[in-house]
Ligand binder design. Sequence first.
Ligand code: SAM
Length: 314
Amino acid sequence: MAMAQRSPAAGAGGQWEGEVAQPEDGGDRESLCETLRLLQIDVGWDSPQPCPAGSERWCSRNVLRKQRHWERIVMAKKKKRKQEKERRKAKPAEDKGATPHQSKRVLKATARERLLAAKEAAPRLCIDLSMSSRMTKKETSRLAAQIRRLYGSNKRAGKPFWICLTGFVIGSPIYQECVRMNDGFSGYLMDTTPESYLDLFPVERIVYLTPDSENALRDVDPHKVYVLGGLVDETIQKERSLQQAQGHALQTARLPIAEYMVRNANARNYHSETLAINQVCDALVTYCATRSWPEALKAAVPPGKGYVLREPAT
Ligand SMILES: C[S@@+](CC[C@H](N)C(=O)[O-])C[C@H]1O[C@@H](n2cnc3c(N)ncnc32)[C@H](O)[C@@H]1O
């Protein structure tokens, strides 16, 4: 037996830890034997060893019976814990339509299906890259990154648009930046063409989205083709896309920022209704999912633009 140490709790005249009280009769001895076994304290009394203190009685049968009983309890508890763990794992999937724990492969397949369905029926979102050749290298890289973000958030949307990159010429600076910066770009599920949207769709279906339009966008019409100017202008070229659209007598619309948001006081006194193309796309997909412009603008307009949602009238 290990060296005994006085337990602080034992006090004067108390027992020593590790020291075993001598049992008075055989029954007590058996239960003590069992207790020690359950506590996994090896006292060297394993059956068929005789019980200690010189007793002639063997405790093996009772001990074995109790040991088996205890093992059954332990196994049952283990099984219950395992079942509980499996139930916990399965529960969120049942509760939330199997979304959170779906494997990447399943999520990818679902997104792919939604995009292919969008090709058949959803409204078109064109990015007009015909103006991109005049951008600086830095602006071109930023536009390529925005195209990646736009594609990503559209792909994740419950009701995605079908994306078309128009005026997208193989070998052009924006083409090269998209291929260089956007992993898997050649596999993106969208149309790319050097042609103009004007050659692809009837004029009456086209709505050019431009921050300088007089018309606030009220709704998203699945039969329309929405066009975004593929532009990053670090020094804002006012009305650039508006002039482009007016030159072709197209319908134009802006996001209804002025209708649902108000200017927020900020240190720079900066307020801009001009968003990046991926932010406009965020607004459109959120609107399609919620049919709420406040929700859509909250999701898309970053605080840095100097606008906050208008308080609802009481
Ligand atoms: C960075 S903006 C380019 C701004 C540029 N000065 C112009 O005249 O369009 C990129 C494109 O996003 C779209 N866009 C940005 N803000 C918008 C808004 N508030 N409403 C509608 N479209 C917007 C337009 O299609 C715009 O051409």
